[in-house]
Design a protein around this ligand. Structure first.
Ligand code: B3K
Ligand code: ZN
Length: 851
């Protein structure tokens, strides 16, 4: 931690490592406050390097001894590590350091969680374990010996020996240090096996704390399904004798893809019907797949440097999204993915934190594990697939694995594989990686003598450091629908490359209705003046499920915007269209549930801001409430029958079919709840046999201020279950009325169960406050003050989480002068905190727009 202005590092300054590593041996002698780490590393000169200077990263390490080729030396300690005089040929480095896992609250490096030892090394945590060239382009095979009085001692790779109080592991696949992992504790495993496509049997172990084993069945099935899917779809086979997952309570993110030993936040792996919602099951399945898929896209082929982060993350997100689509409903998954993209990445792209998918510089790389790197990165992969077609996409991937296996690659390598494979010139497409901001796509049309022309105009607004934007290469999947609802032009992909470009379709009998950007074929914002009638027509007739949903969403959004900005906005077209769609039982219940879901408060605020207006969060909140009430009243007669159709008679299964019914059932319950004052919700709460229903019902009860009894009951039932208690905390904040939200948070932070050093618990409360837009932005400013107080408190303990959550303030420029003033005051107060971490310094500086 330092007060000095942190210095950025630049992609342009990349130089190859001076020294490569042939092999590493590590010995850990575990102790909570005085763990000894001995390393023996065989360094060889890198023929591609321009210098032989020897530098090893190291942070918060106490050096006990160091030696080169057996001779004790005294290295020179420098900022961020050490240097030493070394021979100009291969040599063996040895060192011993002491570290204190118990006092490591940042959860980076080796730390303790509930009495167990575990590690998190990505991005730069390994340097908190031992002195090492902690950069992803230095790859090495690892041998690890762990000594400690713990029954289970784990590391990467295959087991190579064990005895009382010790275990040894060997990972033959060269890997960068960020993929290193160690776990030691009192754990028990669910065991299974998977036979790979070449007939190799792989042991599978999912390690948890005793008591949690009842929650491991689903995760194990998801793992086996992922292994099979990666073989079938990408031809990728697993490459060690064993694959292990460990569940940890204190973890900064969802999970980590350490080679052969994935470490998971308990929230991303433990599941049971009584304690997990359908959304939890779905997320767990996706994260298990994501981390497993990293074995090829991330581990076998890793990143040359952290500017290439999206090379592994964008591609792996794309792969996990494909997997989820195959396991569940493609349409519903796509809609959810796009909603998440709009909610998080568009928000980021439209504010002071906007950055490139491949940034040019960063101060703290942990601040760049963002929706832009991940989700926008995944969209870029999807666009490439759309442009080259499925067959060429999979051929290009084969070439990628063949050409770069075992390497630390770049985004440029990736794009070149596509060019070499297809012969296409992707020069313009590369702009997607280097140009931040969400393109706006204006669309108009005309029809003359059977010729229909669509006119596109693209423009990307300025983002920090990038005032001028060039046109992007945008694949626009398009279909045309005739006046009788038949599709007259089936989906085809138009390639927009100019700032303005038109496309004409001849031989049409009548003016068609365009279905633009099917399947959301590019991460852009379509701006098209369209009548409610046209939107309702598409909602009824579009054959592309994404655009069918999109038509409903834009219809709802237009209505909400009109309600906010005009006195009497007509609702009938929307409500009638909704009623027709809801009753259409040829439609998947999950899809219908999504159509009932109104555009979020943040989305509306951004839309108003884009239109040159100043959003008022309170008014947006009230408007959504008014529309929901109107929906409930309009659908009143339909609700009882429809709701009963959503009953699930069969035993609980977390599959898409049952989950869809529960989702629609709960969406309808939220409407019924406005009419019956909580009666149906109370009865569902009392009879619920699964967490989806119980939590959904509890939310409804809180909405009508009848939740106190159920809240007490819920706590009593689940007091011992951390993950369910996280829900108990977050639900109360999510459902707090805007004028009460800050107070609810204040009370919850005083609850003895509010263990704020645990990231899940902190996020449960403050993540929910951030999402409760009208509460966070309440004109009293209490939300801002409280949020800032807690970020200041958290920063010295866990800078990564504090920095990440400061993005709650990233939208400050949208709002009125009073709110802007209160938000910037809060930000400046954080900034002025003595000893503020480099992580938070960078984030707050960028949010405020400091140079
Ligand atoms: N690669 C990790 C994220 C590491 C975050 C470091 N701050 C998980 C994932 O994307 O799979
Ligand atoms: Zn990942």
């Amino acid at each position: 931690m330092t007060d000095a202005t942190p210095q950025p590092i630049y992609l342009a300054d990349y130089t190859p490592p001076n020294w490569l590593i042939e092999g590493v041996s590590l010995t850990f002698v575990l102790d909570p406050t005085a763990t000894r780490v001995r390393s023996t590393i065989r360094f060889t000169p890198n023929p591609d390097a321009t210098s032989r200077t020897f530098f090893l990263h190291g942070e918060q390490l106490e050096l006990i001894r160091a030696a080169i080729d057996g001779n004790e030396i005294t290295p020179k300690m420098v900022e961020g590590g050490l240097t030493a005089d070394v021979p100009d040929h291969a040599f063996t480095w040895e060192s011993e350091v002491e570290i204190s896992p118990e006092t490591n609250t940042a959860l980076s490096g080796l730390y303790m969680s509930n009495g167990m030892y575990c590690t998190q090394c990505e991005a730069e945590g390994f340097r908190r374990i031992t002195f090492y060239p902690d950069r992803p382009d230095v790859m090495a095979p690892f041998k690890v010996r762990i000594e400690g009085d713990m029954p289970v001692l784990l590391s990467n790779g295959n087991p190579s020996g064990s005895g009382d109080g010790w275990a040894e592991w060997h990972d033959p696949w060269p890997k960068p240090a960020y993929l290193f992992a160690l776990v030691a504790g009192e754990l028990i495993a669910r065991q299974d096996s998977f036979t790979t496509m070449s007939g190799k049997k792989v042991d599978l172990k999912l390690w948890v704390r005793p008591g949690d084993e009842v929650k491991t069945a689903f995760g194990m099935e998801a793992l086996k399904a992922s292994m099979k899917w990666d073989e079938e779809v990408y031809g990728r086979e697993y490459d060690l004798d064993i694959f292990q997952i460990v569940a940890v309570s204190d973890f900064n993110m969802g999970a980590m893809e350490n080679k052969g030993l994935n470490i998971f936040n308990t929230s991303a792996v433990l599941a049971s019907p009584e304690t997990s919602t359908d959304a939890n099951f779905e997320r767990i399945e996706a994260i298990i797949a994501h981390e497993y898929f990293h074995n090829w896209t991330g581990n076998r082929i890793t990143c040359r440097d952290w500017f290439q982060l999206s090379l592994k993350e964008g591609l792996t997100v794309f792969r996990d999204q494909q997997f989820s689509g195959d396991m569940r409903s493609k349409a519903v998954c796509r809609i959810n993915d796009v909603s998440a993209l709009r909610g998080r990445q568009f928000r980021e792209d439209n504010g002071p934190l906007a950055h490139q998918v491949q940034p040019d510089s960063f101060v703290e790389i942990n601040n760049f594990y963002t929706a832009t790197i991940y989700e926008k990165g995944a969209e870029l992969i999807g666009m490439m697939k759309t442009l080259v077609g499925d067959e060429e996409y999979y051929k290009a991937l084969d070439l990628y694995f063949e050409r770069h296996d075992g390497e630390a690659a770049t985004i440029e390598d990736w794009v070149r594989v596509f060019e070499d494979n297809t012969g296409r010139d992707l020069t313009q497409f590369r702009r997607w990686y280097k140009q931040a901001g969400t393109p706006r796509l204006k669309v108009t049309d005309d029809f003359n003598d059977g010729s229909y022309t669509l006119h596109f105009e693209q423009e990307t607004p300025p983002t920090p450091g990038q005032d001028e934007k060039l046109p992007q290469h945008i694949p626009i999947a398009l279909g045309l629908i005739g006046p009788n609802g038949d599709e007259v032009v089936t989906t085809q992909v138009l390639e927009l490359t100019e700032a303005k470009q038109s496309f004409t379709f001849d031989g049409l009998g009548a003016k068609p209705t365009p279905s633009i950007l099917r399947h959301f074929s590019a991460p852009v914002i379509v701006q098209r003046d369209s009548s409610p009638a046209e939107r309702a027509f598409l909602l009824a007739h579009d054959t592309d499920p994404f655009n069918k949903w999109e038509a409903g969403r834009t219809l709802a959004k237009d209505v909400l915007i009109a309600m906010v900005t005009e006195d009497d906005a007509p609702l009938s077209e929307y409500l009638d269209a909704l009623a027709v769609m809801l009753r259409d039982d040829s439609l998947d219940p999950a899809f219908r549930a999504l159509t009932l879901d109104l555009p979020g408060e943040d989305d509306l605020a951004q839309t108003l801001f884009d239109a040159g207006l100043t959003p008022d969060p309170t008014k947006i909140y009230q408007t959504r409430e008014t529309l929901k009430q109107a929906m409930a009243e309009h659908l009143q007669d339909t609700l009882p029958r429809l709701s009963s159709e959503m009953d699930v008679d069969a035993p609980f299964k977390p599959d898409a079919e049952q989950a869809g019914k529960r989702a629609l059932g709960l969406a309808l319950l939220q409407l019924t709840n406005r009419l019956d004052g909580g009666a149906a919700a109370q009865s569902l709460y009392d009879s619920a046999d699964n967490m989806t229903h119980r939590l959904g019902a509890l939310g409804c009860l809180l909405d009508v201020e009848k939740g106190n009894g159920a809240l007490t009951d819920f706590r009593k039932r689940f007091e011992g279950d951390e993950l369910v208690m996280d829900k108990w905390f977050s639900l109360q904040v999510a459902h707090a009325a805007p004028d009460k939200a800050a107070n609810v948070v204040e009370v919850l932070t005083k609850d003895p169960a509010f263990n704020w050093k645990n990231p899940n618990r902190f996020r449960a409360v403050f993540g929910a406050l951030m999402m409760n837009a009208a509460g966070f932005h309440h004109p009293s400013g209490d939300g801002y003050r409280l949020f800032a107080d807690w970020l200041i408190k958290l920063d010295p303990v866990n800078p990564q989480i504090a920095a990440r959550m400061s993005s709650a303030f990233e939208t400050w420029r949208r709002y009125d002068a009073d709110r802007q003033d209160m938000m910037t005051t809060a930000l400046k107060r954080i900034k002025a905190t003595k000893g503020l971490s480099r992580d938070s310094q960078e984030m707050i500086g960028r949010i405020l727009g400091d140079d």
